[in-house]
Design a binder for this molecule. Structure first.
Ligand SMILES: [Zn+2]
Length: 385
């Protein structure tokens, strides 16, 4: 069996302009590669009203347990102004030891590294004890409606068992080896509207200014001390992101005021417990000010954590051995697709250096790519030992 070269494969993947939710043929391309390695594959397309359909891929080699799963995404963010790039973002080029192109570190190269590692592993371990699987979505950078969330549902229905999941998104801030993510904070966005009574500024007793109410509410919710953080998590934090009072004149007390806020919360809370707490405040202050309120929430994900276990520590020590850096077990940053996968499997995230992700001239160092492939290969060897 031929061992696939990670750089070559990364280049081939980057050539597909797979900007969410467009697939551009990349899923089929990867499927072919995996089939050649002996995987059973299935491209699963999900549709939903008002959203573009998205292709996802689940591939599995072997039918025994344990099933070690690699998860990632083949969609990329738009390149922005192509003229700002020094190369064509979809014609990957190598300059000064770096592969440049959209998806170079977020995260086509990581997928290339894993597939290359698998091909290497299989060349020496034709009969290993267990299964290797890949869960690849095309909807990570977009709405995440027709992506991993639905694949997980599909796998649950099929009673597909995954024993451990490695998500290959970029996790290292500056150097390969710095950081493993073992969980993520939850994210909750709220849009609050306060309804008062419009009137003349000179006659406030005949009006009810919603801005007074909303300012009081925002002050109170910003001052909440949710927690002090935990061993694994930063403290829960609320940020007000928008305050809008659409008032065309300066002599009018407005009729309504809106504000938007986002909360990143740790695993001492759920989105529901936070909603309850906030709603109490909205109720209390609105009532006091004789105004009405409307609140709309959007939950991007709950907080989650995989308590470090022997697989976590095994992976940590492999990374340390290869990069000479002991990776921190962290829960910082935004949320990830592991928030969906954690409902069926424990897991962690480890990928490339995220410094240039979503930027112009997104790049990966070839040395990092080689080392990541080595890390993934060693993980497979140790996991199935
Ligand atoms: Zn991204």
């Amino acid at each position: 069996m031929a061992i696939l070269n990670e750089t070559q494969l990364a280049k081939e993947l980057i050539k597909f302009p797979s900007i969410t939710p467009i697939d551009a043929g990349v899923m089929k391309f990867l499927e072919k590669k995996l089939k050649k390695l002996g995987f059973n594959t299935k491209i699963i397309e999900f549709k939903e009203k008002n959203f573009k359909p998205v292709k996802n891929l689940y591939a599995r080699l072997g039918n025994k347990e344990p099933n070690f799963c690699y998860a990632g995404h083949l969609d990329v963010v738009p390149p922005g102004n192509i003229n700002d790039w020094t190369v064509n973002p979809f014609k990957p080029s190598i300059k000064k030891g770096h592969l440049i192109g959209r998806g170079a570190n977020d995260m086509k190269s990581s997928i290339a590294a894993f597939v290359s590692a698998v091909s290497n592993f299989l060349s020496k371990n034709k009969k290993f004890n267990g299964s290797i699987s890949l869960l690849i979505t095309g909807d990570e950078e977009g709405e995440a409606i027709n992506g991993t969330k639905k694949v997980v549902k599909y796998l649950k229905k099929k009673k597909e068992k995954i024993n451990f999941c490695l998500v290959g998104v970029p996790t290292n801030p500056n150097k390969l080896g710095e950081m493993i993510k073992i969980g993520r904070r939850g994210s909750l966005t709220g849009k609050l509207t306060i309804f008062g009574l419009q009137g003349h500024v000179a006659y406030p007793h005949r009006a009810n200014n919603p801005s007074t109410t909303i300012v009081k509410i925002l002050k109170e919710i910003k001052d909440i001390k949710f927690d002090k953080g935990t061993k694994d998590f930063q403290p829960t934090n609320l940020e007000i992101t928008k305050i809008n009072i659409n008032n065309p004149a300066d002599n009018i007390i407005p009729a309504a005021a809106t504000a938007t806020f986002n909360i990143r919360f740790n695993n001492r809370h759920s989105s529901n417990s936070i909603k309850k707490r906030l709603n109490k405040i909205f109720n209390k202050i609105s009532k006091k000010n004789r105004s009405k309120f409307k609140i709309e929430y959007r939950v991007s994900g709950e907080a989650f954590l995989t308590k470090p276990d022997k697989t976590t520590f095994m992976i940590q020590s492999i990374i340390k051995k290869i990069t000479k850096i002991k990776p921190k077990l962290s829960t910082t940053g935004g949320t990830s697709d592991l928030r969906f996968i954690k409902t069926i499997s424990p897991g962690l995230e480890f990928g490339l250096v995220g410094k240039t992700m979503h930027k112009v001239d997104e790049a990966v160092s070839l040395k990092d790519l080689k080392n990541l492939t080595k890390i993934y290969h060693t993980i497979l060897q140790k996991y199935f030992k």
